[in-house]
Ligand binder design. Structure first.
Ligand code: SF4
Ligand code: SF4
Length: 375
């Protein structure tokens, strides 16, 4: 097996979720490591961790596309391994999320086993924010994890891809509790890095065949990017993915945190890109969404002092209910870790004094009835 350069990222063209095209692209992604068998070996229990944010159809681009999960299951099985698929959706039950996202079909067709993330087991770490982290106990049933992320905009962190995807290994409502305890993007991003290093996936892939632009991660618009990307280092992979869709590292809070901590993979100049060149795949007019694009994020990049950056970051947008399309389903109220959402009749009413601007409500509103507005 060739020596693994942790800061090598491979970009492969993949314009459709056609199984043959996906397979060819994935083989290209794994080729710098001598193929997937060389990379992960045989006789292992391998967990594939897709982005399963919510029960959403593949056309909504909320979740990792089932065609990619299916081909990955087949490749890992062909290498002589036992495959599991698991995640902890933020709001919907995992069975429902599997059914609607197409993963149930993948499980039936391939014989992969579903792991339903339930109780946490606390793992001791020397993290950037945590000294122990609650991870799904089911992770103890597997030997290694492969991270199957989706490329989307994200209202809190700017962009969600490989690093943030691992946060799904923190089960259930604990995720919301951490939002409450670490409301600033900078602190929350350090916690996301804690989760990433605690799980330590052997390899990360990003499904950017069709990404999500605009008001991600739940209600943005599908955007054809036509790429599959992969790397052992999720930070390096996210940095390259961010460059593809026009984010600077300062506009993605996980990358800004990694850069501040001088983590490996956080400097684009030290990353070797294989396959398609970065210049050939940049998407120049990608809509980076309301929370991170424009003047606000560019201002953050200009200020060298952490305290000034914190003050600017505190002026983040507030959620506002679009009453004309709200269905009164109360999902936002249940998702709010700060209990800042009451009701006036059937319409939610946000108490801005208590709102910590975590945007969980926007993430879990299936109607797209919550927008972010600046004062
Ligand atoms: S989740 Fe959305 S649709 Fe449901 S009550 Fe809240 S704002 Fe309205
Ligand atoms: S109202 Fe929305 S943004 Fe504010 S704390 Fe609650 S979930 Fe977070």
């Amino acid at each position: 097996m060739p020596a693994l350069n942790k800061e090598t990222v491979t970009i492969a063209r993949c314009n459709r979720y056609d199984p043959w095209e996906v397979r060819a692209a994935l083989e290209q992604v794994f080729s710098p490591y001598g193929g997937i068998t060389t990379l992960i070996g045989s006789d292992k229990r391998v967990l594939l961790k897709p982005n399963l944010l919510a029960a959403a159809s593949p056309f909504e681009t909320v979740t990792t596309h089932p065609a990619i999960v299916k081909v990955m299951v087949e490749m890992v099985q062909e290498a002589g391994n036992r495959v599991y698929i698991g995640d902890s959706p933020g709001y919907d039950a995992q069975e429902k999320a599997h059914r609607i996202s197409g993963l149930e079909e993948v499980i039936k067709a391939t014989g992969a086993e579903a792991l339903y993330f339930s109780d946490p087991v606390y793992k001791k770490i020397e993290g950037f924010r945590l000294w122990e982290i609650p991870l799904a106990s089911e992770l103890n049933q597997v030997d290694l994890v492969i991270n199957l992320a989706k490329l989307k905009t994200h209202s809190l962190t700017g962009m969600t891809a490989a690093v943030k995807n691992i946060y799904g290994c923190v089960p259930g409502t604990i995720k919301a509790r951490f939002h409450f305890e670490y409301p600033l993007p900078k602190d929350f991003s350090r916690l996301l890095l804690d989760a990433y290093f605690a799980v330590s996936p052997v390899f990360s892939l990003i499904d950017a065949v069709v990404a999500m632009e605009g008001a991600g991660p739940r209600k943005g618009r599908p955007r054809q990017v036509g790429l599959l990307m992969g790397a052992p280092c999720a930070i390096a992979l996210d940095l390259v993915a961010a460059a593809v869709i026009g984010f600077s590292p300062e506009q993605v809070s996980t990358l800004a945190a990694a850069k501040e901590l001088k983590l490996k993979g956080s400097n684009l100049n030290s990353i070797a890109i294989r396959g398609v060149s970065l210049e050939d795949c940049r998407v120049k007019d990608f809509d980076r969404g309301p929370a991170s694009s424009g003047r606000f994020s560019r201002m953050l990049a200009l200020f060298p002092f952490a305290r000034i950056k914190d003050l600017i970051a505190a002026r983040r947008p507030y959620p506002r209910i679009k009453t004309e399309i709200c269905s009164g389903c109360r999902a936002c109220n249940e998702a709010c870790p700060a209990q800042a959402i009451g009701f006036k009749g059937s319409i939610p009413d946000i108490d801005e004094k208590n709102c910590i601007r975590c945007y969980c409500c926007q993430e879990f509103c299936s109607q797209g009835a919550i927008e972010l507005v600046r004062r």
